[in-house]
Design a protein around this ligand. Structure first.
Ligand SMILES: [Mn+2]
Length: 319
């Protein structure tokens, strides 16, 4: 019996600070076509309806920009992921910006409310901001706080208006389950651009980051071993791969918020292949390819595509 696989394509870019990530999934399809792999055609594709038209208008939700639209996208992503999780062995989410990944986590939890869900977040950023702490109001920096049902009022910086808070609470409570994950079951690799409220939150909760230098020093295998222990008591693991976890000087700057000194594609590949083959991993997400910002034409999409292909091949050979 082979493993059943499905794609969810989410072109929502309303929570990023820069436009263009909505073209990321398409840029990866271009690579697929040019390489004559036809991977996207091999498995069912579900497209998420976006609210990207809201970007053609200013928003007055300063500390949670376009939270009205993102709340709708969350709901759609959560329902699609839930359904896919119930129907298929493995779901590959190819998304634009990282903002709606909280919807992915919600969907996985909604499919199995009694299961303990672990999250491996490979990213340059912590994505644990809230409307109360964000310096920018860009909601792609907040998906993990929705999953954790966290306002982080201890590190409060802003006074979001009532409407923003209403949509924020809606996102935290999707599926009637809050929180979706516990801080103990969250692991980070590659964080190197964190703001004070996020650092304070991590310190309070004892959440650790595996820095790029540390990973390089001890080796990917030792990191995998550590993560295996970390997720020992989780029933399921979701892996979210933000391409900005990788080094823009090695890959390209084809992503909204590139940060120097990131992972190499080889290190990323080793991590992704291990977890793609992991029996507890049922969903992996790729996010934040932005071909509009790519100084090497479509390089970021090529690298992300190759990693995604490795994931699919690994999943296909999973028992
Ligand atoms: Mn991210």
């Amino acid at each position: 019996m082979s493993t059943s696989i499905a794609f969810i394509i989410n072109e929502s870019e309303i929570s990023a600070g820069t436009r263009g990530a909505s073209l990321g999934p398409g840029a990866m399809r271009v690579v697929d076509h040019n390489r004559k792999q036809f991977l996207f055609g091999k498995y069912p594709n579900t497209f998420i309806e976006t609210e990207n038209h809201l970007l053609d208008q200013p928003t007055d939700l300063v500390w949670g920009k376009r939270a009205d639209g993102l709340a709708k996208v969350y709901e759609r992503v959560a329902n699609a992921v839930k359904e896919s999780r119930e129907k298929f062995d493995f779901t590959l989410v190819v998304a634009a910006d990282h903002g709606s990944a909280g919807g992915t986590i919600a969907g996985l939890k909604m499919a199995n409310p009694d299961k303990r869900l672990g999250v491996l977040w490979i990213d340059a950023h912590g994505d644990m901001h809230t409307p109360y702490t964000t310096p920018s109001g860009n909601m792609h920096g907040m998906p993990l706080a929705t999953a954790l049902n966290e306002d982080n009022l201890e590190s409060k910086q802003n006074d979001p208006k009532e409407e923003t808070v209403r949509y924020w609470n809606q996102m935290k409570n999707i599926g009637g389950i809050a929180p979706k994950i516990e801080a103990d079951d969250l692991a980070f690799i590659g964080l190197r651009d964190l703001e004070t409220p996020e650092i304070e939150y991590m310190d309070r909760k004892g959440i650790k980051n595996i820095a790029v230098e540390e990973l390089r020093e001890v080796g990917v295998d030792a990191i995998i071993e550590r993560l295996e222990k970390k997720f020992e008591n989780c029933d399921e693991i979701y892996l979210s791969f933000d391409v900005d976890s990788m080094d823009p000087k090695i890959v390209s700057h084809g992503t909204g918020t590139p940060v120097d000194n990131g992972l190499s594609p080889e290190e990323s590949q080793k991590l992704l292949k291990h977890f793609a083959g992991h029996p507890k991993v049922k969903c992996i997400e790729f996010v934040e390819v932005n071909p509009c910002l790519d100084e090497k034409i479509n390089r970021m999409a090529e690298v992300a595509y190759d990693l995604m292909k490795d994931v699919i091949e690994t999943v296909e050979n999973k028992a």
